[in-house]
Design a protein around this ligand. Structure first.
Ligand SMILES: [Zn+2]
Length: 423
């Protein structure tokens, strides 16, 4: 009895404090041009009200609650935080891979966020620290990119092993299963159909979608036929045909172009133009850049057959993304960043530029990079647009990306759960 009275007294005493804390956690972002990521037209002089990390109201009609902390965004344009449907985290230090650690996961998620990429789906090489990062992110205090994971890329040698490996990643509580169906330009053995079918069937039994790395059109059709849920790279051997378009649309499968992945395979044959961009240099490691510019290394890339083949692959990929986007296939922005020399954050901004260069309108590019990517990854109840009840993940720009997609590089501030991300 005595302790119950004490608890009650404490509750009563804490009540005004809790109320004050709640008011302090309400923020109102005012005066911006709002591109909310839906099909609605942009709204000028909008207000975004955020409480406990989530959007309460957004638009021209939203009112600022009494006691809210006001943040003026006059003259700015706000877009939803970018969603990268194909990245990787935690593995790379400089140009070395295989360095997975909790610190590297945290570092990468901060880097992504500082460039406006507020959610990343890591499609492979994920370990316990990544799962822990995912499990701890549903909090109003978050200020780094959200993470979802695939666990290790599965490479079973038999249908039986496929079942075993899927069961293992399901037990890890991954968000998606990732496999590769590719011969790496004819240099390695491709996963056999009976094996990827076993992976897909078992994953579906466990309630998990399957993302497939591929290169060839024939494989893209075959894995769609087998039930694959996500095409994790562009078709790069040849132009997609109408039968592929109708197959991918019928199954409502999303397609992630990862154009910057191709760029990374050949671009260091000389010094890339962006190596002098202050926005890039903010997070790029000087020693890595120096190594990438060593003449012997550049020459090796110039003479590399695979580099030159992937350079051609980029042209095919660019035509394909335009054709698929025009046909109404859902495109999910992805880059395959994270491995060495695939720079997280900055590459996503360049991916948007490459999608525009391929012929997609700025509006379609933005949709693919926000709402559609979120829908593809089944995250659209929580992120992807600036609407009530979603996390307050958004990017404040100095210029309108619908006028020119490159304006996504004019970052004024990035917010995750309403918290300003470190630059
Ligand atoms: Zn990848």
């Amino acid at each position: 009895m005595k302790s119950r009275a004490l608890v009650l007294a404490c509750l009563v005493a804490a009540w005004p404090l809790a109320n004050a804390a709640q008011q302090a956690s309400t923020k109102a972002f005012t005066g911006a041009r709002l591109i909310d990521g839906t099909d609605r037209a942009p709204v000028d002089n909008a207000t975004i009200v955020v409480r406990d990390g989530k959007i309460v109201a957004a638009g021209a009609g939203a009112t600022v609650p009494a006691g809210a902390e006001r943040v003026s965004l006059a003259g700015k344009t706000v877009i939803p935080g970018l969603v990268n449907a194909h990245g990787h985290v935690g593995n790379t230090v400089g140009l070395e891979q295989g360095k997975y650690s909790a610190e590297n996961v945290e570092r990468d998620l901060k880097t992504y966020a500082s460039y406006g990429v507020t959610t990343v789906f890591s499609l492979g090489d994920d370990q316990a620290a990544g799962i822990a990062a995912r499990d701890s992110q549903k909090t109003p205090s978050l200020s780094r990119a959200r993470l979802y994971v695939a666990g290790p890329v599965l490479a079973p040698k038999s249908p039986e092993e496929a079942v075993k490996l899927v069961d293992e990643v399901a037990a890890m509580k991954v968000d998606i299963v990732k496999i590769r169906v590719d011969d790496n330009l004819g240099t390695t053995q491709k996963m056999a159909p009976e094996i990827y079918r076993a992976v897909i069937d078992q994953a579906h039994k466990k309630g998990l979608p399957v993302a497939v790395h591929l290169f060839y059109l024939a494989d893209a059709k075959a894995v769609l036929d087998a039930g694959a849920d996500f095409i994790a790279h562009s078709v790069r051997d040849t132009d997609v045909d109408d039968s592929f378009v109708s197959m991918i649309k019928r199954r409502d499968v999303c397609y992630s172009p990862t154009l910057m992945r191709e760029v990374s395979t050949f671009v260091y044959e000389s010094k890339p133009a962006w190596f002098t961009d202050p926005l890039f240099l903010k997070h790029a490691d000087a020693k890595t850049l120096e190594t990438l510019q060593q003449p012997a290394r550049q020459e090796q890339m110039r003479n590399s057959k695979s580099a030159q083949a992937y350079k051609k692959g980029l042209e095919v990929a660019s035509r394909n993304v335009k054709k698929l986007s025009d046909a109404g296939v859902r495109i999910a922005m992805g880059t395959d960043t994270g491995p060495p020399a695939r720079f997280q954050g900055y590459f996503e901004l360049m991916e948007l530029e490459l999608m525009a260069k391929a012929g997609m309108t700025p509006q379609k590019v933005l949709a693919a990079s926000t709402r559609d990517a979120a829908r593809c990854m089944k995250l659209d109840r929580e992120i992807g647009t600036i609407e009530a009840n979603k996390w307050a993940d958004f990017v404040v720009l100095d210029a309108d990306p619908l006028a020119n997609v490159s304006n996504v590089k004019k970052i004024n501030a990035v917010y995750v759960a309403g918290n300003r991300v470190a630059e």
